[in-house]
Write a protein that binds this ligand. Structure first.
Ligand SMILES: NC(=O)c1ccc[n+]([C@@H]2O[C@H](COP(=O)([O-])OP(=O)(O)OC[C@H]3O[C@@H](n4cnc5c(N)ncnc54)[C@H](O)[C@@H]3O)[C@@H](O)[C@H]2O)c1
Ligand SMILES: [Zn+2]
Length: 974
């Protein structure tokens, strides 16, 4: 069938959605009218007499749940009374379990008892539960009576109260019995939302974000740019969100009341969301599951090639901004169960999983599309089993742009003269922060084309404005450092800019830079920590002249001054007392400044002279692809004996890792490199890659890709010069060795590197392995390369590629022909889980571990502490004895090490099940094993109980239940 995409609507920033304070009306089909405003509740009985809204009824039956009735029920009944209208009420228990047959019957019987006739009107005062249930009763009571909805939850106001779907739940599933019954009137009183908690507000807003995704870029923009006001229920903004959501829903319902096609696009995010909800409810709320579903279903659209990666990034970020979850918590990620839930969803005809596919922000295919089950399995599976490639790679790829280059180019373009179109920009949190901050300083507008691939803007010619509010820079290092000098350029006496960031940013150093700028006449105040953000920068201009700066901590300080220097009042001479760190990044800055027409004069690595001059924007600039990301597809060519061309990274590259191709040549590949592309052909015809001896200091990020190739190369490879890789996302050298060893590939550490003896995959005996990724994108990607050649490699945490190369898995399969399976059984990948998904506990609720010498009073103290805090108390020795019998017996029969092993197992189990609000007492000897120490150090506060040795000896002498230490206590404890 031909697919027809609804045309994407361009975000129209010139005419923002109109705001209005008066109640606004929307007509839905079937005579249904929605009124949106505030202070409506008590006016409703009167409004129900106005000509346009009138309902003729002799009696009104208000149905509500206990919680909502306690808040608003009496006010409403009083208003009815005041209006001289007869109204009675029926109150149900709050919660989903009320949406069932029994409660429906009770309401019906109540109404019959009260002699309600056909001229009765029902009023649903509550959330979606009350709305659905009341609507369904109204649909069949006396063959149908009118119903008025007064939605009180965010979800009900935005979504469920409009459209006429009513239902109850039955044992076979949710919402399976129901009717289409349009409410005659819907009164959306914004004020009623004020009694909701922050979590419930955000949860409901997930539906509005969903609506923006499928049908309205302006609504999405509104939710994206006014997060704080929306969450605070700021009146104009929230009523606008409600108005737009309802208007769009009414539009869809009018076109497709009975859900033949278009209306089912409203299920975006719900195909997966409902499945998760089935496992996670009631711990997770509907909207929270929908949030995860939207992100995953957008990812699916991206992977199928329909949606630009930038759009997925925006959806993900907006959900996070509303504190909504974006990943399924591991405990609910049970693939077979999720798949089963999706297959039985009533919207799926004949076992096919149908899913709304986005084509942009604000547009989607008109009908949900059938999607292969296997595609869903791969999408949902947190792990991937890589299949060895049976064909040689033969492709051209365009990996995402370099982050360092992206942010430099954005800033120079915003400062320069003239219009510029930037292509290849990396889409990530860091670039987003930069764009928002530049907008706040008056740059832009930044206009994305519909494909999300080209960004156009007109430079300010250096005329930045003071931002109206503090600029929040998250944890984006380049933005924080670069914009600090930028802010000094503004000349607007008496005003100032404030730069701030997240918790992590508030401890990252910036003092060397602020000191240097202050020394040349700028006025910069540190508002909290004396060495970090937040800072307040006076808008008094940058004098320029001689600036002395230390580049020992970060090369970004140097780049920061260099990039802004052309706009100083005098030419700048930047002096570094010592050579800076990471010179390659300073070189990158200088080369990019030249592209924008400013030539820096350099004396060695410590003196830089910058002329006074505005940047001239080139008409178009292509951001180089990230050279480190490009190493993976190129390595696939090498390892399969195929040919791969990487675009936008070549001999002219300003990135160190572009030299990787030369290393591939030494390993036996054929290389063709021109100015801006690199082509690699791997050895074929039975020839293998060759081992090398190489210093990779100039391209450290690429070393792991080289390791993957070395694992199948002939001979022993030695890679040195990569010592800094021990302090990246993880100790990369150690992890590469341990994961290769798991597979059966010989490898070991060198003082500043690694050695690997390659195996012949045709003849070697290797073991299947789940690779622990340690939340490190490069581990995942390099082992994926190896998986193209060696069978049975499972990547333990596929999502870590998001950091620099979100489309990695899709690119590898779509362009290079790599295939994956969802592993039949999920293997726990403790290393990654620990780093990433463990829920952060507030520090003051984390369980405390009490250790100490035997007899030091741990039990006594522990119990007292627990009682004082109102926490639980657990004695590990007691747990041990309950399970394995007396400790003495274990030690006597099997020795200390057997005891320690079991004790450690119990400790781990206890810490995972009782991670909060528990005092856990264990023997002091527990810290004898390195593993136990590591487990404790990882997360928990440990308190040691002490007591004088002599007292302990006296006390222990009398206790026969303890095993012999093999020596007197005083010796053992020394
Ligand atoms: N008919 C539709 O088109 C449609 C669409 C989506 C969802 N639904 C249904 O909606 C239901 C979920 O609705 P929900 O999320 O509103 O749940 P809900 O009705 O259970 O309300 C959630 C909780 O919030 C409380 N509450 C509601 N308003 C409040 C207020 N103003 N102040 C304080 N507390 C308040 C309620 O008492 C309840 O405890 C589900 O049953 C779902 O199937 C229907
Ligand atoms: Zn929903």
């Amino acid at each position: 069938a031909a697919l027809r995409a609804v045309p994407a609507r361009r975000p129209d920033r010139t005419s923002p959605i109109a705001m209005s304070a008066k109640p606004r009306e929307i007509d839905v089909i079937g005579g249904s009218v929605v009124l949106i405003g505030h202070g409506l509740l008590t006016q409703i009985p009167a409004l129900l007499r106005e000509p346009k809204l009138a309902i003729k009824a002799s009696k009104f039956v208000v149905v509500s749940d206990k919680t909502v009735f306690a808040l608003y029920g009496q006010q409403l009944l009083d208003a009815f009374e005041a209006a001289g209208v007869s109204a009675i009420s029926y109150v149900i228990e709050p919660g989903e379990s009320s949406k069932d047959r029994l409660v429906k019957e009770r309401i019906e019987d109540f109404m019959l008892e009260q002699r309600c006739q056909r001229d009765t009107c029902m009023v649903a005062l509550g959330g979606g539960v009350v709305g659905d249930l009341t609507g369904f009763v109204a649909a069949t009571f006396m063959r149908g009576v009118p119903v008025v909805q007064i939605p009180t939850s965010m979800m009900a106001m935005l979504d469920s109260s409009v459209g006429g779907k009513t239902a109850i739940n039955v044992p076979a599933g949710k919402n399976l019995i129901g009717a289409f019954h349009q409410p005659r009137r819907v009164f959306a009183d914004i004020d009623l939302l004020k009694s909701l908690g922050q979590r419930e507000i955000s949860e409901g807003l997930a539906e509005a974000i969903k609506m923006g995704c499928i049908r309205s870029a302006p609504l999405f923009d509104l939710l994206e740019t006014r997060v704080d006001e929306v969450r605070a229920l700021e009146h104009d903004v929230i009523s606008q969100v409600v108005y737009e959501s309802v208007r769009l829903k009414a539009e869809v319902v009018a076109l497709d009341e009975k859900e033949a096609g278009l209306r089912s696009t409203l299920n975006f995010g719900h195909t997966i969301g409902h499945a998760i909800e089935g496992l996670a409810s009631p711990q997770m709320l509907h909207g929270e599951c929908v949030s995860i579903g939207c992100v995953l279903e957008a990812t699916l659209a991206r992977d199928l090639g329909h949606l630009a990666p930038s759009a997925v990034g925006r959806i993900l970020r907006v959900m996070k901004a509303y504190a909504l979850p974006v990943e399924c918590p591991p405990k609910y990620l049970v693939l077979p169960k999720l798949m089963k839930k999706m297959a039985v969803d009533k919207k799926n005809a004949a076992g096919v999983i149908r899913c709304t596919i986005l084509t942009g922000i604000g547009s989607c295919f008109e009908h949900p599309q059938p999607v292969d089950k296997a595609v869903f399995e791969q999408l949902l599976s947190p792990q991937l089993l890589v299949r060895p490639m049976s064909v040689k790679a033969d492709a051209t790829v365009h990996v995402p742009g370099s982050k360092s280059i992206s942010n430099r180019v954005l800033l120079m373009a915003a400062m320069g003269e003239g219009e510029i179109t930037i292509s290849g920009l990396l889409q990530s949190d860091d670039t987003q922060v930069m764009i928002s901050a530049l907008s706040a300083m008056g740059a832009g507008p930044f206009h994305w084309d519909e494909s999300g691939r080209f960004l156009t803007l007109r430079g300010l010619g250096g005329r930045f404005q003071v931002p109206k509010e503090p600029m929040y820079l998250g944890n984006a290092g380049t933005a924080a450092r670069f914009l600090t000098t930028c802010a000094t350029l503004i000349l607007s006496p008496g005003s100032s800019s404030v730069l701030t960031g997240d918790k992590r940013m508030k401890v990252r150093p910036i003092k060397d830079l602020t000191d240097a700028l202050s020394a040349c006449g700028c006025s910069i105040k540190h508002l909290e920590s004396p060495t970090s953000l937040p800072i307040e920068v006076a808008a008094s201009g940058l004098a320029g002249g001689r600036i002395e700066l230390s580049g020992k901590v970060s090369s970004q300080f140097v780049s920061s001054v260099l990039i802004s220097a052309p706009y100083a009042q005098k030419p700048v001479e930047l002096i570094l007392p010592e050579p800076p760190v990471s010179q390659t990044y300073i070189d990158m800055t200088i080369k990019l400044m030249a592209v924008f027409g400013v030539k820096v004069e350099q004396e060695g690595t410590t003196v830089y002279r910058v002329p006074r001059k505005s940047y001239t924007n080139p008409k178009a600039h292509q951001v180089e692809c990230d050279a480190s990301s490009a190493t993976y597809p190129l390595a696939i060519a090498a390892i399969t004996g195929g040919t791969v061309t990487a675009e936008a990274v070549g001999a002219n590259s300003i990135q160190g890792d572009a030299k990787f191709a030369l290393l591939l040549k030494d390993m036996g590949c054929t290389i063709e490199q021109d100015a801006d592309r690199t082509r690699v052909s791997g050895p074929s015809g039975g020839r293998r890659l060759k081992a090398v001896d190489v210093d990779m200091e100039p391209m450290t990020d690429a070393f792991m890709t080289a390791v993957a190739l070395a694992a199948v190369a002939e001979g022993t490879t030695r890679i040195t010069g990569i010592d800094n890789q021990r302090v990246k996302e993880c100790n990369r050298i150690e992890v590469m060795v341990s994961e290769l060893t798991k597979l059966g590939v010989p490898a070991g550490e060198l003082p500043d590197g690694i050695w690997i003896t390659g195996v012949d995959p045709e003849t070697a005996t290797l073991r299947p392995a789940v690779i622990s990724c340690h939340n490190d994108h490069r581990i995942a990607m390099s082992f994926a390369v190896l998986g193209a050649r060696i069978p049975q490699i499972t990547i333990g945490q596929k999502s870590c590629v998001e950091k620099t190369y979100p489309e990695f898995w899709a690119d590898m399969s779509r362009h290079l022909g790599m295939r994956y399976d969802a592993p039949p059984e999920m293997v726990s990948d403790a290393a990654s889980v620990d780093a990433d998904v463990q829920m952060p506990l507030p520090a003051d609720e984390r369980s405390v571990v009490l250790i100490g010498m035997r007899g030091a009073g741990k039990t006594h103290l522990g119990k007292a502490a627990a009682a004082h805090l109102g926490w639980d108390f657990i004695d590990l020795d007691h747990l041990y004895e309950a399970r394995h019998g007396p400790i003495m017996q274990t030690v006597a029969a099997e020795g200390w090490s057997a005891f320690r092993e079991r004790e450690l197992a119990i400790l781990k189990e206890t810490l995972s099940t009782k991670s909060a609000r528990t005092v856990i007492a264990c023997g002091g000897g527990i810290v004898e094993t390195a593993e136990a120490r590591a487990v404790l150090r990882a997360h928990w506060p440990v308190v040691q109980a002490r007591k004088p040795i002599a007292d302990i000896e006296a006390y222990l002498g009398a206790d026969a239940s303890r095993p012999s230490l093999g020596e007197p206590p005083a010796v053992a404890y020394a």
